[in-house]
Write a protein that binds this ligand. Structure first.
Ligand code: MN
Length: 300
């Protein structure tokens, strides 16, 4: 069960759910990826089994990647998996998935890969235990912005209902995700949000974080891009942060602007409402270029 760089809850929840279900049927599973599971997801059942893998040792029958559209996002592990395993399975809901597996199951109508893995486990007649349900519920919960985004369908709620019936606890998951800040982190959030800028027409808001302004773990746990997105007039929100000699950019769209198309211009990808990319360069010129492309996309 192979995760991509900076695994989120849809990656980890689906890898753990599928792995736990297969283990119950006698498979032996190794879970891991190039980066560790973030501390905020330490409550996911089985996540302590997820290892940092810089290379794959030994032979595998199958390598499974979930929620990973781009083979470049595994730091070479996919190439190694193709040598180490006879079958690579690619399960994803991103529209720009590169179909790098031997088996490619891509469903762009799924709000989360968690929905797909739930349907897979039902199809396999696997027992949905409480640990599996908690992993899948968290995957769906986070990829839908707590069931608030436009990707939510009746099927999303049906799956969520089934998972709660199987033992996932929404209050426990919400509390684990959103109510475990330190007081210092809340103050840091306040200071960070004061950096948000809004274009004159109010349609674009952005938050540009210089190197060293906030810790990386803080950026990953706070989903900072959602704050500029919450402004009424904003059609596209941008988060830009320095990573080494590059700038990592997250885009969020509201309504009809397809931010995936903007990201594609910079070699990135994602979904129509949520996309991202990383470009070499300093923060100021990258911010200027990104804002020019965003403005062009939102201009009436
Ligand atoms: Mn996802």
């Amino acid at each position: 069960m192979l995760g991509h760089v900076h695994p989120d809850a849809d990656v980890l929840g689906t890898l753990l759910a599928l792995g736990l279900a297969l283990e119950a049927r006698g498979w032996r599973i190794v879970y891991g990826g190039p980066h560790p599971a973030p501390g905020a997801l330490g409550f996911l059942p089985g996540v302590e089994r997820y290892q940092v893998l810089k290379s794959l040792e030994g032979a595998f029958d199958v390598a499974v990647l979930t929620d990973c559209p781009n083979p470049g996002r595994t730091e070479g592990l996919i190439d190694q998996a193709k040598t180490a395993a006879s079958v690579v399975v690619n399960i994803d809901h991103h529209p720009d998935n590169r179909r790098y597996g031997h088996v490619n199951w891509i469903d762009t109508t799924a709000a989360a890969t968690g929905e797909m893995v739930y349907r897979l486990l039902v199809g396999l007649e696997a027992a949905i235990t409480a640990p599996i349900a908690t992993n899948l519920f968290t995957a769906v919960h986070t990829d839908t912005g707590s069931f608030r985004y436009s990707n939510v369908t009746p099927a999303t709620f049906q799956i969520a209902a089934d998972l709660v019936a199987a033992g996932a606890e929404p209050a426990v998951v919400s509390s684990a995700l959103y109510e475990r800040r330190g007081a210092g982190a809340l103050r840091m959030l306040g200071e960070t949000l004061s950096r948000i800028q809004v274009s004159e027409d109010g349609r674009v808001a952005w938050l540009a974080l210089p190197a060293g302004s906030v810790p990386e773990t803080f950026v990953e746990s706070e989903e900072l891009v959602n704050y500029p997105r919450s402004i009424d007039s904003v059609r596209v929100a941008c988060l830009l942060r320095v990573l080494g000699n590059s700038v990592k950019v997250s885009l969020r769209g509201k309504g009809d602007v397809d931010v995936q198309k903007i990201a594609a211009k910079f070699g990135g990808g994602g979904h129509p409402n949520a996309a991202g990319f990383t470009v070499p360069g300093a923060l100021e010129p990258v911010t200027r270029d990104v804002l020019a492309a965003v403005r062009a996309a939102v201009s009436p």
